[in-house]
Design a protein around this ligand. Structure first.
Ligand code: FAD
Length: 381
């Protein structure tokens, strides 16, 4: 394994750090409080080339590999603590654009990737349904072929970016009786007749990264918008998981930011006549946060490194996703504990991490199902 960053990667990392710190961080807390997605900040992020970072250069993207993308995402969220913007960015790029880049036809790539690379169009992924969460293969959204079109009927929920998305990667079934075997991917424009989105869902971690429902009511999607062959949706979702799992990298950045804030706070908060940083039990919490942070960072790099080598990463993806998100949740709990009562107050940013990291251990496959996947892979049973 060689995780040595090139000079180019180091320069890029430093530039992303400066950009996030100077351009995004100053207004992050106020935007979080206001609870609205900021198109102004999104445009800044796009202007910096981040919206299309890993999209191939020939389609207007940055052509970055997985390692550079991970590095940028960790650096960005550590520098600006804007998990909403990082979440919207990761969803758009890794859950919506990269599946098109990896399995789309030339026409699909030419039509969608340039507008997604520039960020003019925002993407989302619609898999989860009200009755199909962990058991995604029981979804009910149907796609029936009629001539040159598919007619989609069904609904999706908890879809990140749904209220602001221009295009959705939708998982539907062409044969409900086959469950996983019937799943097929479609690229569905928001402007497609029969597509509607519900009101944004109110989230515990705030509303500046919008999440919502999407409804398909006799929605006629051109057959040319099928992504991959019929009945290959499940396989494609497994193989493009590498990019999707990288979307958890911002949690590593959040852990880094939480730790830095905690060290600073522990050194200046005085109790019993001395900074609380002198108490070994406080030091133990900081030490555990640091151990979780570094283990998570290396797991994220390892996953990206394998992805860039074209190695199958199913087991690594499940391990990295589970460990990183659970470490982030543990770390967020300790961070609030170190801040004591102030950690529970909205005027201090630290508590925001608690609910944000809870999403990590639920979204993209819960910790329970990840353990099940890891166990099955280990035993073959
Ligand atoms: C903020 C947010 C954003 C999201 N964004 C998206 C998105 O962009 N696109 C998208 O498609 N989805 C998205 N999701 C949905 C997310 O992927 C699902 O919430 C998740 O897969 C869990 O499904 P569920 O909520 O229906 O829980 P359920 O599947 O009902 O699970 C409930 C509990 O039962 C456990 N459980 C279920 N089955 C098993 C089993 N076999 N063994 C052990 N335990 C089990 C679960 O681990 C969990 O603890 C998002 C969710 C949230 C909260």
């Amino acid at each position: 394994m060689d995780f040595q960053f090139s000079e180019e990667q180091k320069i890029f990392r430093d530039a992303v750090e400066k950009f996030a710190r100077n351009e995004i961080a100053p207004t992050a807390a106020a935007r979080e409080e206001a609870g609205e997605f900021s198109f102004e900040m999104w445009k800044k992020l796009c202007g910096y080339g981040l919206a299309g970072l890993s999209i191939p250069v020939e389609y207007g993207g940055g052509g970055a590999d997985a390692m550079t993308t991970v590095l940028a995402m960790i650096t960005f969220s550590a520098a600006c603590r804007d998990l909403s913007m990082a979440g919207a960015w990761g969803t758009h790029l890794l859950l919506a654009a990269m599946p098109i880049a990896e399995i789309g036809t030339d026409e699909q790539k030419k039509k969608y990737l340039p507008v997604m690379a520039s960020g003019e169009w925002i993407g989302a992924l619609g898999l989860t349904e009200p009755e199909a969460g962990t058991d995604a293969t029981s979804l009910r959204t149907r796609a029936v072929r009629k001539g040159d079109e598919y007619v989609l009927n069904g609904s999706k929920t908890f879809i990140s970016n749904a209220p602001i998305a221009d295009v959705f990667i939708v998982v539907a079934s062409v044969d409900l009786s086959e469950r996983a075997g019937g799943l097929t991917l479609f690229i569905v424009d928001r402007s497609c007749p029969g597509v509607t989105t519900g009101r944004p869902l109110k989230k515990r971690d705030g509303d500046s990264w919008p999440t919502g429902e999407v409804f398909f009511d006799d929605c006629r999607v051109p057959a040319a918008n099928r992504l991959g062959e019929e009945k290959t949706g499940f396989t494609h979702m497994l193989t493009s998981l590498g990019w999707e799992r990288i979307a958890f990298a911002p949690f590593v950045g959040l852990m880094e930011s939480d730790l830095n804030l905690c060290i600073e706070y522990a050194k200046q908060r005085v109790q019993f006549g001395k900074p609380i940083a002198k108490f070994q039990l406080v030091q133990a919490m900081l030490a555990e946060m640091k151990m979780d942070l570094e283990a998570s960072r290396w797991l994220a790099y390892h996953l990206a490194w394998k992805k860039d080598r074209g190695e199958f990463i199913g087991l690594d993806a499940a391990i990295a996703k589970t460990f990183i998100t659970e470490a982030a949740e543990r770390s967020a709990g300790k961070a609030v504990q170190i801040f004591g009562g102030y950690g529970c107050m909205r005027e201090y940013p630290i508590g925001q991490s608690l609910w944000a990291t809870k999403l990590g251990v639920i979204g993209g496959g819960t910790s329970q199902i990840q353990r099940t996947i890891i166990g099955r892979m280990l035993t073959g049973m």
